[in-house]
Design a binder for this molecule. Structure first.
Ligand code: PLP
Length: 405
């Protein structure tokens, strides 16, 4: 490891595997023996065209994406998708129900943190007469009525009949709440409450948990999207897995009265041109491909699911120890805690600053909580190794011992 590198527990953009970075450095000078670096080569070159098709194939294989779904590469991040999902799904609904009055079109949002809240706000901006229905709001269940500190139990959801879309964020990066993948857990997503036997308009933001473990009921989703910058690569690439019935003719929908969809946000634009209607973020695609190749060598999602399970368990265990001793306090109710982002407070005056300074002195950075929640946030994306987690856990354990009242 280069001497100056530290352990990066940051929430994103976040750590990338060291061997991938070394390989990427070579590609910057000479991509695929073309004699041209990856940041310089034409995206229309035969080398890059073959490469981007291979990246798509790797995602399909590693996540078991069925042939009913296309994999699109866009830009604009999660924020771009807050808008794109609304516009594309409103167009789809218009084509399915051309004569329905706008006020009878409903978009269902499940709020479990600030990212799903931001997505719902964008939907309200773009709805153009359609209604945004909050199908569940985790804040109403919290002790103070305003914290996102849990995943709602199944009886807290009220979904609409035939909505334009049903939206949730699988992992809330800021509050550290994540849906359980154990179907029997009360904190799982309530798939059984959704209309059965139809093509579900289910949309999921997987920005901060994509590729960390398999996606439950992937085939039942209309759209799953994620920015690459947490588990896969550098910022700039946005991956959208979209069921083909949601890749609609947005211009035909506009003629029927739907909101016109900008060309760069219409899924059709990318699906029709093999993901290259314009210049893709070539370097981000390149590094993502290197990460996926490495993932496959290590054992794919099964490998990461097992490693990530162990990593989060170690951190939650030490957090529970710290809670018992009155030194730490978790932000999230047990059962709703994220595998990727673990948020807690260090109790006592100036204790958090001491915790962060001590961590930094030990070569660990990126632990400061998001400004809206405060405290500490440990992000455990795929590139964070178990040895690095052990080092953090041992630091926290020592901190608890010293701080214990
Ligand atoms: N959704 C989630 C869960 C996120 O964590 C983020 C950013 O961190 C976003 C959406 C916004 O993504 P972007 O910064 O790519 O627009």
């Amino acid at each position: 490891m280069a001497e100056s590198r530290v352990i990066n527990f940051g929430a994103g953009p976040s750590a990338l595997p060291e061997p991938v970075l070394q390989e990427a450095a070579k590609g910057l000078l000479n991509f695929d023996n073309s004699g041209i670096g990856i940041a310089e080569i034409s995206h229309r070159s035969k080398e890059f065209s073959a490469y981007i098709a291979g990246v798509e194939q790797q995602i399909r294989e590693q996540l078991s994406v069925p042939p009913t779904h296309s994999i699109l590469f866009l830009q604009g991040g999660g924020t771009g998708q807050f808008s794109a999902v609304v516009l594309n799904m409103l167009a789809r609904h218009r084509l399915l129900h051309p004569n329905l009055p706008d006020e009878e079109r409903v978009l269902d949002y499940v709020l479990t943190g600030s990212w799903s809240k931001a997505a719902a706000q964008e939907a309200a901006r773009l709805a153009n007469g359609a209604k945004v229905n909050i199908a569940a709001d985790a804040r109403t269940l919290s002790d103070d009525g305003k914290s996102f500190d849990r995943i709602p139990p199944h009886d807290a959801y009220k979904f609409s009949k035939d909505p334009v879309l049903i939206y949730y964020c699988e992992n809330e990066t800021v509050s550290g709440t994540e849906f359980s993948h154990d179907e029997k857990a009360p904190e799982s997503f309530p798939f059984e409450l959704l209309p059965q036997g139809t093509l579900l308009p289910l949309v999921a933001d997987y920005s901060s948990s994509f590729m960390s473990r398999p996606i439950p009921r992937l085939a039942d989703h209309a759209i799953i999207y994620a920015g690459a910058q947490k588990n896969l690569g550098p910022a700039g690439l946005t991956i959208v897995i979209v069921r083909q019935d949601c890749i609609v003719d947005v211009d035909a929908a506009a003629k029927l009265g739907a909101v016109p969809v900008p060309t760069g946000l219409a899924y059709k634009t990318y699906a029709e041109k093999a993901n290259m209607p314009n210049t893709p973020p070539t370097f981000a695609v390149y590094v993502t491909g290197l990460v996926l190749k490495r993932n496959a060598e290590l054992g794919g999602l099964a490998y990461y699911e097992a490693a990530n399970r162990r990593k989060q368990q170690k951190v939650y265990d030490v957090l529970r120890e710290g809670e018992k001793k009155g030194v730490l306090k978790g932000h999230v109710k047990p059962g709703s805690g994220s595998w990727m982002n673990i948020v807690f407070n260090v109790l006592g005056d100036g204790a958090e600053a001491r915790f962060l300074a001590g961590a930094e002195a030990n070569g660990m950075k990126g632990l400061k909580g998001h400004r809206s929640v405060g405290g500490i946030r440990v992000s455990l994306y795929n590139a964070v190794t178990e040895e690095q987690v052990d080092k953090l856990v041992s630091y926290i354990r020592d901190f608890i011992a010293e701080a214990q009242p």
